[in-house]
Design a protein around this ligand. Structure first.
Ligand code: SAM
Ligand code: SF4
Length: 325
């Protein structure tokens, strides 16, 4: 079975948010006071999340990324992941985390069947990291990365590059790939919350590459199957690789293969399109056929491309944590 959108793109990747709560408060993602708290009833149960996963895989989804908010703060997450990993036909189960709880959970995540981890890390400097996350301790994240490596996880480390905030660390992140077998991915800052200064914060992917080229000599690498829209490179002699993800200036959309479901059960075809389908009514009556039809419908909503760079942005500002970044 294959899911294809109106523009001929194959949709085989679902980002499934399990919570909109988080133990960090990254400045580009949510307000200092956090998001308005949703009651437990508003958030999808694990049973509902498993129904969505089974249905999506039966339609052609091959890869599921569990995200949030911070997925590792939800109670019972390990048991849920173990069940999710058993979904018949699912080829890849991966998870995105800020790694604050990873030191103590890495081995259990591996045991549960998670195949790969993406870790968000925007600075190696304690003060900068604390400023970006409004108070988190980078040494806990580094301990999490160490534990995940020991547990045998292939790791991607995602850095959102922000002009004047952490762009002075690009080369330090590339240097990390010299002796660690990780993929560091530089991501353009996106105007999710429509901060007034957002354009001045974006460092274009090509500029990031130029800066890296001033210090390192590197070559292009092939992308793995079911990979996201990153261009991947490796420095000569490095243990790891690095990548550039350019949602703002690049051709992100042509190769987009994903849909997402928020923790509150709303399916969405694109971060930057407000058209959603509420899956909760179908989950409430246990109607798997209607659920499948709803997921197909959301795929038909997928726009050709986002309007991020257009003078007239056509989306409502959102906290990435609420949509499942
Ligand atoms: C919303 S978080 C959810 C998972 C987990 N809490 C974490 O931080 O890895 C997922 C990713 O979205 C990214 N993100 C959030 N807001 C962003 C923005 N405005 N531009 C680019 N990336 C953003 C974060 O850096 C993070 O890597
Ligand atoms: S980016 Fe991730 S860690 Fe940071 S506030 Fe958003 S959900 Fe939390």
């Amino acid at each position: 079975m294959e899911l294809t959108d109106t523009f001929g793109r194959t949709i085989n990747y679902l980002r499934l948010s399990v919570t909109d709560r988080c133990n960090m408060r990254c400045v580009y993602c949510m307000p200092a006071e956090g998001l308005p708290l949703r009651s437990h009833r508003e958030i999808l149960s694990y049973e509902d999340l498993l129904s969505i996963a089974r249905t999506a895989v039966s339609l052609g989804i091959e890869k599921i990324r569990v995200t949030g908010g911070e997925p590792l703060v939800r109670k019972g997450i390990l048991g849920f992941l173990a069940q999710l990993a058993e979904t018949p036909g699912l080829r890849q189960l991966v998870l995105t985390t800020n790694a604050l709880h990873l030191a103590e959970m890495a081995e259990s995540l591996k045991f549960a069947g998670v195949q790969r981890l993406n870790i968000s890390l925007d600075s190696l400097k304690p003060a900068t990291f604390s400023a970006i996350t409004r108070g988190a301790d980078v040494s806990r994240v580094m301990a999490g990365i160490d534990a995940a490596e020991r547990a045998g996880f292939p790791l991607k480390i995602n850095m959102v590059v922000m002009n004047g905030i952490n762009d002075d660390e690009i080369l330090d992140f590339v240097a990390m790939t010299m002796d660690r077998a990780v993929t560091v991915r530089f991501i353009e800052y996106m105007p999710a919350i429509k901060a007034t200064d957002w354009e001045s914060r974006v460092v274009p992917g090509d500029t990031i590459l130029e800066r890296i080229a001033e210090r390192f000599s590197f070559k292009s690498e092939a992308r793995e199957s079911l990979a996201g829209p990153a261009r991947i490179f490796s420095v000569d002699g490095a243990a790891g690789t690095f990548g550039i993800i350019s949602p703002v200036t690049g051709h992100f959309c042509e190769e987009c293969n994903r849909i997402r479901v928020t923790a509150a059960g709303r399916a969405r075809s694109c971060l930057f399109s407000d058209r959603e389908v509420d899956l909760k009514p179908f989950l409430a009556i246990g109607d798997d056929r209607a659920l499948a039809a709803a997921l197909r419908q959301v795929v038909t909503f997928k726009p050709r491309r986002h309007l991020l760079t257009e003078a007239e942005q056509q989306f409502t500002p959102f906290a990435m944590a609420a949509l499942g970044g």
